[in-house]
Design a protein around this ligand. Structure first.
Ligand code: KIV
Ligand code: ZN
Length: 506
């Protein structure tokens, strides 16, 4: 049978204790309710003996906890802590006393200045006492603070844990209070404890992120026997924080492990927690960072766009909607980007563009981006108009006038030479092309279309857009556009844009 991970949230305790301004009751309640919406399995609400505010908020929130949620308070292995904790969580349906002490040789020697035997004996007594005062359906969690530093006395720790279990603890938490070594170092230790303890005991992990590997360690801990995963929203917590809740949940999800969590609430929760904690989300933060789903290199953009609506993306670990980040896969244009990005951004903003045009105008965009960095949407649209609707080149249209029915005069400049040619044609397009032919610039027109361009796109006024398809000397189809309030002018401008496209260097 698959072992379902038990997501034990410690934002309100470990996260809160590291804030520059710890949350008040109202704020804690808001986060508590959010945790319920996320459907976590358990919540550590506070450290009741630490302050009056912590006691009151733990007591109040414990009384609000629904029947299916475990709630705990933290307590040192001291009678006064355990008493306060018990009083604070009394009204919960599923109360838990979480007591802890270090069993690490380093910490015992340099911080507590006590012998292993003395501390272990006290821990066993504390668990026994907690069990004796806690109501029957409550649970005791025992944490070996600094478990990650217990490699040298692991056998001794396991022996103590067996006694702690006999004293009444059913959840054994193995914190990496300071992350110092490689994940495997801790994973091996956790696996050893898991194998040594009775199978009905829940093994828990609580990893701090001092070397940035807490997520990896927590995820792998699950696969060697840890069921309870202690995590913090936004990775809050002492120093570099605790294990990031979202990262662990998503990594397990991606590996086919089912949880009870509402993943689609993750993103909005992350934003809320960042605001409430005054701790910014780094833009490169996995999953929730502003940049987590942004693509700037041409190759990545191409893959990202081709797999945009798929469950698995070429360059993303999840479908953004999984965590409630709809439409957040961003394509940004820099000098490193390419045609696919131009096509995606311009067509995404509802402007007409073909891939052929995107290819043609890419060098102009790159040139500009080399100077200014990433182009914003307004800059891109301006450049798009400059390069698609006003194509620069050797041909310059000066005037095109109707002299009488079907008779026109075309004035233009080509390589600094002025031309004035009159022609008679079947409509302005025909007349303009005939005039150009007379001047020695014959163009093969395949067909042309007249379209209305959304008024808003060019400011005020209704605009006509001409789209003209030419054939170049290699028999390639070239598309040229232009727009104007007059259909006739739009047609002639499009012809000149086409001439410049066919005769430009890039
Ligand atoms: O980091 C730690 O060891 C703790 C314990 C109190 C569980 O937060
Ligand atoms: Zn901690």
């Amino acid at each position: 049978m698959e072992r379902k991970p038990f997501f034990y949230d410690i934002t309100l305790r470990d996260g809160n204790q590291a804030l520059k301004k710890p949350w008040n009751l109202e704020e804690k309640e808001k986060i508590f309710n959010t945790l319920l919406e996320l459907n976590v399995d358990g919540i550590e609400i506070g450290f009741p003996h630490a302050s009056n505010m912590d006691f009151e908020s733990t007591k109040y929130l414990a009384s609000l906890a629904p029947k299916n949620i475990v709630v705990s308070g933290l307590a040192r292995t001291k009678k006064e802590d355990i008493d306060d904790c018990n009083k604070a969580i009394l009204e919960a349906y599923k109360p838990r006393i979480h007591t802890f002490v270090t069993l690490s040789p380093f910490h015992l020697k340099y911080v507590l200045n006590k012998s292993y035997e003395e501390v272990a004996k006290n821990a066993i007594e504390a668990v026994k006492y907690a069990r004796s005062i806690l109501k029957k359906d409550g649970e005791i969690e025992f944490s070996v603070e600094h478990f990650g530093d217990c490699a040298e006395n692991l056998d001794e720790v396991i022996k103590t844990l067996k006694e702690i279990i006999l004293a009444g603890a059913t959840i054994i938490n193995l914190p990496n209070t300071v992350e110092r070594y490689r994940p495997k170092h801790l994973i091996d230790m956790i696996e050893k404890v898991y194998k040594a303890l009775p199978k009905d005991i829940v093994i828990s992990v609580h990893n701090h992120n001092d070397l940035g590997m807490a997520t990896a360690t927590t995820v792998e801990s699950y696969f060697v026997g840890a069921t309870q995963l202690e995590c913090c929203l936004n990775g809050l917590g002492e120093r570099c924080g605790n294990t990031n809740f979202y990262e662990v949940a998503v990594a397990l999800h991606n590996n086919g492990i089912k949880t009870n969590l509402n993943y689609n609430k993750f993103y909005e929760t992350a934003i809320m927690i960042s605001e409430m904690s005054n701790v910014e989300i780094p833009e490169k933060s996995p999953l929730i960072g502003k940049e987590a789903l942004a693509h700037r290199s041409g190759i990545h953009q191409d893959g990202a766009i081709k797999t945009k609506d798929m469950q698995m993306g070429a360059y993303r670990p999840i479908k953004p909607s999984l965590i409630g980040r709809e439409n957040s896969e961003q394509i940004g244009f820099t000098s490193q980007s390419g045609k696919t990005a131009i096509f995606d951004i311009i067509s995404g903003a509802n402007y007409p563009i073909t891939m052929q045009e995107a290819i043609r105008i890419t060098p102009y965009f790159k040139q500009k981006a080399e100077l200014v960095g990433e182009l914003n949407l307004d800059e891109m649209i301006k450049l798009y108009f400059d390069t698609v609707f006003n194509v620069n080149g050797p041909f310059k249209l000066i005037a095109f006038n109707e002299l009488s029915k079907d008779n026109y005069r075309l004035n233009f400049e080509y390589n600094n030479k002025l031309y004035e040619i009159e022609s008679t044609g079947n409509g302005p397009v025909d007349a303009c092309l005939l005039a150009l032919k007379q001047a020695g610039f014959e163009q093969k027109l395949l067909h042309y279309e007249q379209k209305a361009l959304d008024e808003d796109k060019l400011g005020s006024g209704a605009y006509a857009m001409s789209v003209i398809y030419f054939e170049d000397k290699n028999k390639n189809q070239i598309i040229a556009r232009a727009c104007d309030t007059s259909t006739q002018k739009a047609n002639v401008k499009a012809i000149f844009n086409g001439l410049n496209i066919l005769n430009s260097n890039i």
